[in-house]
Write a protein that binds this ligand. Structure first.
Ligand SMILES: NC(=O)c1ccc[n+]([C@@H]2O[C@H](COP(=O)([O-])OP(=O)(O)OC[C@H]3O[C@@H](n4cnc5c(N)ncnc54)[C@H](O)[C@@H]3O)[C@@H](O)[C@H]2O)c1
Length: 397
């Protein structure tokens, strides 16, 4: 079924890109690509299930196709950007790799860990193709600065993490804007898998993966949806650092506050400011050597200035193109994408089981649980989605 391959016989000085899915984010990608914001990347084709939706893009000179697999085999493109609902990230991602294309996949790389592993296994079988994930927070200076500070050791031994990320407020109109949204069958999860995927990616990127997860996920707490829209989770890392991750799509105005406490100080990212309270002496050394009971090391306060990235999605696409044409290391390799999916799945699964889970998560066990929920999901797939699912069975068996 997926035997036709693109042969890269032409000498590539540019990447000819096909965009699959032109909904909210797909349209955004199309606009900056057509504006020439990503050098050496030519958006050549777009794909959407409805021919009517494609008309405006045809009028702008793009090739159009209603069937993603046909586009992949057309010879028109070298790479795809997949911006469809999550479940298809795996199926279309595998089909594209098998067709000889490079793949940039939107977050999450898959709807659940077992599917993410299938996608990564396929990428491993095709090491000549680039698989990248659209995790654009990795180019945001606020997170790169924090990551650098941690790596430099200036925070000392990490003791505690707290990420209160409740400013993902979404209305009922948002949830009804796409039938797939916030359903087990259409999306496979809620706030963790959709909005927080970015934060979970940053968390695992700057701190590595925790080994213990205990989640408390409330399903449909603030909206008439099947999946989680409010979560509190406890996390523990192998070196003993502990943390909490709290999120909601039902709270306004909400907060985005990331706090990292280490033996050399405390760093807070909030309200577009990073504040670092730096201990003059390591607090654990101070604790061991102080002669009085209620003293603390002296502290200096630093503001770490940063500016928001003007075009983070375009920056990741530029890196993807660099990886294809020049072998530039990826900022967000596809393989890293499994971590955020695993954290999202683990927090919900732990909540359903009422148990702390030790990672790595048993992806097959969560897939079985998810499949049971999918049986009762209110979302009905379209004929085309069912066809893609059938295609997917060929590699799921
Ligand atoms: N990185 C980011 O900043 C960011 C932001 C928003 C969404 N996303 C991700 O992008 C994906 C899409 O989200 P959205 O908000 O754009 O959803 P959306 O519902 O607005 O758009 C999805 C589009 O995919 C199309 N589609 C479905 N199956 C298709 C197929 N087989 N071939 C071609 N097109 C198909 C649908 O017709 C729809 O237009 C999600 O996985 C989401 O997590 C990422």
């Amino acid at each position: 079924m997926h035997s036709t391959r693109v042969t890269h016989s032409r000498r590539m000085s540019t990447v000819r890109l096909g965009l699959i899915g032109i909904g909210n984010i797909g349209r955004h990608h199309a606009e900056y690509l057509l504006d020439g914001k990503v050098p050496r990347c030519e958006l050549r084709a777009v794909c959407a299930p409805s021919a009517a939706k494609l008309e405006p893009w045809k009028a702008r000179g793009l090739a159009t196709e209603t069937d993603a697999l046909t586009l992949m085999r057309s010879g028109l493109i070298d790479a795809v950007l997949i911006a469809t609902p999550h479940f298809q990230h795996t199926t279309l991602g595998i089909a594209a790799l098998e067709a000889g294309l490079h793949v940039m996949v939107e977050k999450p790389i898959s709807a659940h860990k077992a599917d993410a592993q299938r996608l990564l296994d396929c990428a491993e079988r095709h090491p000549d193709r680039v698989l990248a994930g659209m995790f654009q927070l990795r180019v945001e200076p606020r997170y790169t600065r924090i990551r650098e500070l941690l790596a430099s050791g200036r925070l000392g031994k990490l003791q505690r993490v707290s990420w209160l990320i409740t400013d993902w407020f979404r209305t009922d109109a948002y949830y009804s804007s796409g039938g797939w949204r916030a359903t087990w069958r259409g999306e496979g999860g809620g706030v963790l898998l959709n909005q927080c995927l970015h934060n979970l990616d940053v968390l695992s990127w700057i701190l590595g993966m925790p080994t213990q997860v205990r989640g408390f996920a409330q399903l449909g707490r603030w909206h008439n949806i099947e999946v989680e829209d409010q979560v509190t989770a406890y996390l523990e890392w192998p070196d003993g650092a502990s943390g909490i991750f709290i999120t909601s799509t039902g709270e306004a105005p909400g907060t985005n506050r990331l706090e990292l406490a280490g033996s050399r100080g405390r760093l807070v990212l909030e309200n577009n400011r990073i504040t670092f309270l730096e201990n003059e002496t390591d607090a654990l050394d101070w604790s061991r050597t102080a002669t009085v009971g209620f003293s603390k090391p002296p502290v200096t306060e630093h503001e770490l200035p940063f500016e928001n990235h003007p075009a983070p999605h375009a920056a990741l696409m530029e890196n993807f193109v660099g990886a294809i044409l020049d072998g530039t290391p990826l900022i967000a390799p596809g393989a890293d994408g499994i971590h955020s999916v695993e954290l999202a799945n683990a927090m919900v699964y732990s909540s359903i089981l009422g148990q702390t889970l030790t990672l790595p998560l048993n992806g097959a066990a969560w897939e079985t649980e998810l499949q049971q929920r999918i049986q009762n999901s209110r979302f009905e797939k379209t004929v085309r989605e069912v066809a893609i699912d059938d295609f997917a069975q060929s590699f799921r068996r």
